[in-house]
Design a protein around this ligand. Structure first.
Ligand code: URA
Length: 430
């Protein structure tokens, strides 16, 4: 292939054959196509889009760039997986996994780290002292047999082309290219061997997709990729205009996930967790429908079996499940309501950035993380507050960082006189 010719064709709005897309990606993965040519092609894709066939060819080539896993064959079970496109306060998998496993369905998941204002599940789990995210495939399979769940880091051999391409996109303004996002996410899910996938597509201020229309378009592309690969897929479009639940920050989010498993978590988060669990159970080999899935998920919460699986899971990966083992920030500072009113919104992006500035996230891949710090938003959209009430609380390393975060979080709150229309966490299902 001549990469320059393929870039030119895409730039002029033409379509590449599956073979051409495949050769380009695999040659890039082998370091035979330089970054500047791949970047130019991604930018052409930003302006001219990719056809459904090109997007599938891209996804397929990314999968073929490395090893693949077949957890289903190893376990002799249908394996389900969930994935979120990323948001603020998203600790969903940490609560969903134990519930689904307690209902008898194995959930083996590969997760990522956070970058920028969006957090990553692995970073949250690493706030638990001793927790190991690097398991070999054999260890993961053994743990799935014994405990029913595992959440691990993506092995270096799985979809190496995506690793390389994502790093390039990150620095060439080509992350927010819909077919590239769809193929990046789906290549990892498909390579990890899931038979059925529940996708949580975040919509709003704190998400990649800012509007419901964009989220629907991304969902449609991911559904198409899943179906072409012969998998069952459903997309939940969920609200990311405000942080999910209350806690934003690694150890704080672990506490909230455990509270949820104890049945005392925040309502919006609990609702999303139950919805995702019901769909995973309905996709599973238990042969039950959505309503029965929901009933069993609620049962696993109320009888304590989900919490018991959580504790076994954390111990199996070397961690201490006792919440008192989690790191705590030395400084806590309240964010007080400046007036009486109703919360019209809590801008997720602003809260995410405040948590990032506190040290809960990383700006560049190499940055260390402070697991103890973050923000807890007590008041959410629709809540009535009085002047002086605590809207939120900042958990910080020192007074100066806390003061700055308090101002930033206060600016994220919009207080009005009239209650805004109520809105559920799940905005649509496709
Ligand atoms: N998450 C991914 O894994 N890839 C993208 O391109 C965007 C979000």
């Amino acid at each position: 292939i001549r990469p320059a010719e393929l870039i030119e064709r895409k730039r002029d709005g033409g379509e590449l054959s599956a073979g051409e897309v495949s050769e380009l990606i695999l040659a890039y993965a082998r370091d035979e196509v330089p970054d500047y040519q791949m970047a130019a092609w991604c930018m052409a894709a930003y302006f001219k889009g990719l056809s459904a066939a090109e997007t599938f060819a891209l996804t397929d080539a990314m999968i073929r760039s490395g090893e693949t896993l077949d957890l289903g064959a190893a376990l002799g079970r249908k394996v389900v997986d969930k994935h979120s496109t990323g948001g603020v306060g998203d600790k969903t998998s940490i609560a969903v996994g134990p519930i689904v496993a307690a209902c008898g369905v194995p959930l083996g998941k590969m997760s990522g780290r956070g970058l920028g204002h969006t957090g990553g599940t692995l970073d949250k789990l690493e706030s638990i002292p001793g927790f190991r995210v690097e398991l070999t495939t054999e260890e993961m399979i053994a743990q799935l047999r014994e405990v029913g769940m595992a959440i691990v880091g993506q092995s270096a051999d799985l979809v190496p082309a995506d690793k390389k391409l994502y790093a390039l996109r990150d620095v060439t303004a080509t992350v927010d290219v819909m077919p590239l996002i769809a193929s990046s996410i789906m290549s990892k899910k498909l390579a990890a061997g899931a038979d059925a996938i529940v996708l949580d597509v975040k919509v709003g201020d704190g998400a990649f997709m800012k509007t419901l229309d964009d989220a629907r378009a991304l969902a449609a592309q991911m559904l198409d990729l899943g179906h072409r690969a012969g998998k069952q897929v459903v997309c939940l479009l969920t609200d990311m205009d405000q942080p999910l639940g209350r806690a934003v920050g690694n150890a704080l989010e672990i506490r909230e996930a455990v509270d949820t498993l104890r049945g005392v978590g925040p309502g919006d988060f609990g609702e999303l967790v139950l919805d995702a669990c019901a769909r995973l159970l309905a996709f599973s080999d238990l042969g039950i429908d959505l309503a029965e899935g929901r009933r069993r998920a609620e049962q696993a919460l109320s009888d304590g079996s989900a919490l018991a699986v959580y504790e076994r899971w954390i111990r199996a990966q070397g961690g201490d499940p006792d919440l008192s083992a989690l790191p705590e920030a030395p400084v806590r500072m309240p964010v007080r309501a400046p007036r009486d009113g109703v919360v019209a919104g809590v801008r997720a992006l602003a809260v995410g950035i405040a948590a990032l500035e506190l040290g809960a996230g990383r700006r560049t891949k190499a940055d260390p993380i402070d697991h103890a710090v973050g923000v807890v938003c007590f008041a959410k959209r629709g809540d009535t507050v009085l002047a002086g009430d605590d809207l939120a609380e900042v958990h910080a390393r020192d007074e100066s960082a806390a003061g700055k975060a308090v101002s930033a979080v206060l600016a994220a709150y919009e207080l009005v006189d009239e209650a805004p229309p109520a809105r559920g966490i799940v905005l649509d299902v496709v």
